[in-house]
Ligand binder design. Structure first.
Ligand code: SF4
Length: 490
């Protein structure tokens, strides 16, 4: 997708306007040596979910050893640090700053001190009532260090009067509103929990019959040779202690609402969510696009990397050959760009090079996962024209993004920055310099994923927010005047 979140991975790519969310990985493996290294490898598979900060916390039976830092995992951890972190249960996190600024004290896992002992918490999602919880703590004389919603949640759990960390988490689940897939580590064990809608993914795996793993995506399990067991269900709290896994269904899921964008863009193609392959779903999006929006052309190409599986799918159904039109520079990890269009264009050039030999004189179908702001698709099309493309037909494997996300994807910009909220399809086509532009419609998108629509959050396409959004947040992200929406009194 053309997301480009505040702290995101790379590029000027418009897709980076929406940063991915975060990645959580945990492992409980008594007796296993070098657990911090295993945790590092598990996290490494999730690096695409967050590149601004990373951390690990290990329980060693009596306390917690942790290390957090800013940047990529390879910048935060070296061999010496990993060797120093010992324990039999570990929790790790990679971060984008979806809420709170990109500062060291917001890196995770965040440590807290509950009456039952120390703990550390790692979170993927976005709490909608974090401000309210912070105020509640303030009234009790507790100030929260850090500006993120996770810092607030950690402080809230630490201050909770319940006797055990599990009961404190259950109380927090009843109190929090929003999206949260989280892990907690104590000196002795690990706990995982998911909001009642299950917006962000979280799965459980088994390692060598003696260990348990939790991960935002199944690709982490494959890396370690762990076996997928199941998802942490919406509203469920799962405890891993010694070799046992215990589950409590804390809240009944009112309405499942898995983020459909995981299938379009966020998740790695080799991951599965609810048994659905991300890669196959993207290929099927291409099948659907080819049926819904056919056009005569000489070659189908994808914008690397997320657009490629859908381009392959488009080629399969249309019978038009698939080819590589862009070469991606694999070594760019972070966009240093930003504000000006000139710098964005330069960013695109650094990241993508058109393959003249493949595109010169051709009528191209260019498949991409999404257009968010529309700031990078234009420069990409210019590159292809400059390399001799005769016609460019853009096909997008999701519907127009017209509404902001409040559930853990950082639409740092307000709604007015979403190009499809401001322009018609024809205006966008002209803006990006394409000969034609078509989007996959929502019905076909859902069909491609292969589960009924009521399982998904699709709010950024259809304004159907599965978890009510506080009005003050609406005002901010919808770029409304304060008078437009009545704000609830504090
Ligand atoms: S609004 Fe819903 S579908 Fe869109 S990115 Fe956010 S959680 Fe995902």
């Amino acid at each position: 997708m053309h997301t480009d979140c505040t702290s995101c991975s790379m590029m000027s790519h418009d897709r980076r306007m929406w940063r991915e969310e975060c990645g959580v990985f945990g492992i409980q493996a008594p007796g296993q040596q070098d657990l911090s290294r295993t945790c590092y490898f598990g996290l490494f598979a999730l690096q695409h979910r967050g590149q601004e900060g990373a951390g690990m916390a290990l329980g060693d039976g009596s306390g917690i050893n942790s290390h957090n830092g800013m940047g990529l995992l390879s910048q935060v951890f070296d061999d010496e640090i990993i060797s120093r972190l010992s324990g039999h249960v570990a929790l790790g996190h990679v971060r984008y700053s979806t809420m709170g600024s990109n500062i060291m004290e917001n890196t995770q896992p965040i440590r807290g001190e509950h009456s039952s002992g120390p703990f550390a918490l790692a979170h993927n999602g976005n709490l909608l009532n974090a401000v309210e919880l912070r105020e509640e703590l303030h009234e009790r004389g507790i100030e929260v260090a850090g500006t993120s919603d996770t810092a607030v949640l950690t402080a809230w759990i630490a201050a909770c009067k319940e006797d055990t960390i599990e009961d404190a988490l259950i109380a927090a689940m009843h109190r929090c509103r929003g999206a949260y897939s989280l892990g907690v580590v104590t000196p002795t064990h690990m706990v995982a929990a998911r909001d009642p809608q299950g917006v962000r993914p979280l799965c459980v795996g088994r390692l060598n019959d003696t260990g348990w793993v939790i991960a935002s995506e199944t690709c982490s399990l494959h890396t370690l040779g762990a076996k997928y067991v199941r998802e942490v269900e919406p509203g469920e709290l799962v405890t891993f202690r010694d070799n046992e896994m215990d589950s409590i269904q804390v809240m009944d899921p009112e309405r499942k609402a898995s983020c459909i964008f995981e299938f379009i863009y966020f998740a790695r193609p080799d991951s599965h969510i609810y048994g659905r392959s991300i890669y196959q779903s993207r290929v099927r999006m291409g099948h659907m696009l080819a049926r819904q929006a056919p056009v005569e052309a000489d070659m189908v190409m994808g914008v690397p990397e997320t657009g490629i599986p859908s381009a392959i799918g488009y080629a399969e159904v249309s019978g038009i050959p698939f080819g590589e039109g862009f070469i991606k520079n694999r070594y760019i990890h972070r966009t240093f760009i930003a504000p000006s269009q000139r710098m964005r264009s330069l960013g695109v050039r650094m990241k993508l090079t058109p393959l003249r030999e493949a595109v010169d004189g051709k009528r191209l179908i260019v498949v991409d996962d999404s257009i968010v702001r529309g700031t990078t698709t234009g420069p990409e099309m210019e590159l292809l024209r400059g390399a001799g493309a005769r016609e460019i037909h853009v096909r997008i494997s999701c519907p127009p993004i017209k509404f902001p996300c409040f559930y853990g994807v950082d639409t740092s910009a307000g709604r007015s920055e979403l190009i499809a909220a401001r322009m018609t399809r024809e205006e966008i086509r002209k803006h990006i310099g394409a000969d034609s532009l078509e989007y996959l419609n929502l019905r076909n998108l859902v069909k491609a994923v292969g589960l009924p629509k009521h399982n998904f959050c699709t709010a950024c396409f259809d304004n159907d927010y599965p978890i009510p959004v506080p009005e003050d947040l609406m005002i901010t992200k919808f770029d409304l005047e304060e008078e437009t929406v009545p704000v609830a009194s504090p």
